[in-house]
Design a protein around this ligand. Sequence first.
Ligand SMILES: *Cc1c(COP(=O)(O)O)cnc(C)c1O
Length: 480
Amino acid sequence: MEVLSTQHLLKAAYDPENFRNIGHQLIDLLSDHLSQAQTASKDKVLNYRSPEKELEFWKEHFQSSQLNPVDTFKAILLHSIHIQDPRYMGHQTATVAPMASLAGLMSDLLNNGTGVFEMGPASNALEKLVTDLLSTYVGYDNRASGILTSGGTLANLTALLAARKAKSNHDVWQDGHKNKLAVIVSEEAHYCIDRAARIMGFGDDGIIKVPVDADFKIKTGMLEYYYNQAISKGLEVIAVVGCACSTATGSYDDLEGLASFSKKHNLWFHVDGAHGGAAVFSEKYKYLLKGIEQADSIVIDFHKMLMTPSLTTALLFKEGKNVYKTFAQKAQYLWDSPQSEDWFNSGKRTFECTKLMMSIKVYTILKTYGVEIFEQNVNQLYDATKDFANMVSERPNFDLLIQPEANILNFRYVACKLDQDINAVNSVIRQQLIESGDFYIVQTTVNDQKYLRCSIMNPFTNKDHFKTLLNEIENIGNLL
Ligand SMILES: *Cc1c(COP(=O)(O)O)cnc(C)c1O
């Protein structure tokens, strides 16, 4: 009896007609959601609930008797933040091209693990195609090679592991640490660089944070000072990391300056272009990345400005052949020869063993719309942010932190009453705004001051949205 019912359940779970039927309903649901989001939707960007309330909802949902997955999908949609809504201007998450999400569905059903060639012939070949294409856009020659990996955080760690392999006086991979190693970064670098260095055992001393100028770019003129200080402390500096651009303010470091400093001291030069590296596709904005082609390694997230579902990150190496040494381990059950340089076994070079079929999502965008869609997206987002900055500057109630280079804008409401604390006021404004569900923005702390922070990620976010947002902030501020 029990055996029979189990078989019944398994049959239902894998029933093709059931999949077709529910799948069509899901596509209808998501298409309606897209259409709503794009047409001045009355829906909230985020139905804000406290974490406890949210958990309570799902515990009750789990107890309820409904079994149709479409009802569950509807509940998930209602309880998710709507990135496709142009009033979403929060963290730097791609507004996914819907075709790429269909490729994501293929990845989830086919479930090709991709780490070894046979576990993803298409996804392995397309990984090479996609990373080779990106390599030409950053200005690398045919010695370059790249991988796709699960996020900028992991890609930055992988790059620093390669840097250690290439530059350290000892084989740390083989023998463990003998010297105290260090990397030089800007104090505005993404926290994952700091985390990567700590994971690698560098400790506090091993993360040398160089101050930034008024535009939040690394003070290139101070590199020499910090380098000498490290050497006199007995540290072995292996790498310099440039931000292109920084996460908090969207500032691009002077990559040419960093490149010549790295060359002079024989250091690995890594560029964290997780967010702003996408500008390599833009004739108009690629000047921001001048010098990127001199980097030994570069990280670019497709899931930030390149319209691809998370996580899809490219890690590129100028000298592709070095990279096979990063994770030189024996895994006889996976590979005949762990030392050979076969591009088609991507797991040799990635942290992951199994990974998503990331390349098919990027390829679907490229093949459907052409590479120029990336340029259009970057230009649209960067141009819109400049419009937004001008609108903020024109209003005396606001203070703009800096003119934006990218699609990240920081500003704050300054028309406070005498007894009000400007930081508290801006925090309350942000909280009320996201609870209203009319917009989603975030906040950041710069020089101990709270700023409202927007990333313009959606190509349909326009001046009307900016105007309504600024009006709404003024209204909230006025009533406080
Ligand atoms: C987003 C970001 C990261 C982290 O990338 P994930 O893909 O979120 O892991 C690293 N560096 C910069 C500059 C970023 O903007």
